[in-house]
Design a protein around this ligand. Structure first.
Ligand SMILES: Nc1ncnc2c1ncn2[C@@H]1O[C@H](COP(=O)(O)OP(=O)(O)OP(=O)(O)O)[C@@H](O)[C@H]1O
Length: 226
């Protein structure tokens, strides 16, 4: 089942085209890794998928309620000294579900608790975000995205700033969410270690072209070009 169809998409800013004629599909259960050098267009693609910038050419067709797309930004884009508790941050993931109600209800609180429990960090609920380690903060931000949706998550460099073991743990969690919870994942990563690149599909921004395909085909291509 296709969740998103990207058709001949060209994206960019004013007169600069960053992504040209890109086509791919996001199917339910996919785990798509997005790699590429700094400035190659990864975040631009995510902005396009989130509807924050409009296609210059081509289009994106959604076969999913766009409210069911959860986004986890780079941790560096969040002020770590932001004076909020873990609970408040994770609850804010449910804002889209509130509609016209001004306050969080029982349902939202349960969802936030469930999301924390899913990542085994319910014990952090009352802590201040500012007091957490980098790895814990990433999990809190992932819990917030899970409070928004269990359908499709877009993760922007979730392993940024994490030490080796926290990174390994984080990748394991994301894989579990994909395999066991059936959550479709699109993940930007800077981690070019082929072992870290996992999932079933890859979008690789290269010098002259964008490779879209299966991870094993990408591995083979890289191997052949050595
Ligand atoms: N708001 C903007 N206005 C104009 N140009 C932009 C804007 N955001 C990004 N760009 C340009 O678009 C190109 C792609 O940037 P983008 O942020 O998508 O790259 P990226 O692959 O995500 O990089 P990084 O790995 O550093 O996050 C770059 O040349 C960048 O300067």
């Amino acid at each position: 089942m296709n969740l998103i169809n990207v058709n001949h998409l060209t994206l960019g800013y004013e007169h600069q085209k960053v992504i040209k004629d890109l086509s791919f599909t996001v199917e339910k259960g996919d785990f798509i890794t997005i790699i590429g050098a700094n400035g190659s267009g990864k975040s631009t693609l995510v902005k396009g998928l989130l509807g924050l910038i409009k296609p210059m050419q081509g289009d994106i067709q959604y076969h999913i309620d766009t409210k069911q797309i959860g986004y986890m930004p780079q941790e560096t884009k969040i002020d770590a000294t932001f004076p909020a508790s873990v609970e408040e941050i994770v609850l804010s993931g449910t804002l889209n579900r509130l509609g016209h109600r001004p306050f969080y209800g029982k349902k939202e609180r349960k969802l936030a608790d469930d999301s924390l429990a899913l990542l085994d960090i319910l014990d952090l609920k009352k802590k201040s975000f500012a007091d957490l380690s980098g790895g814990q903060r990433q999990k809190v931000l992932l819990s917030r995205a899970l409070s928004a949706t269990r359908e499709l998550l877009i993760l922007d460099e979730p392993s940024n700033n994490l030490d080796f073991s926290s990174r390994e743990e984080f990748y394991k969690i994301i894989h579990r969410l994909n395999k066991e919870e059936g959550i479709t994942i699109l993940m930007i990563t800077h981690d070019l270690d082929m072992h870290a690149i996992a999932g079933n599909k890859i979008i690789a921004f290269e010098d002259q072209e964008i490779f879209v395909g299966k991870i094993e085909d990408y591995r083979r291509k890289m191997h052949e070009s050595l």
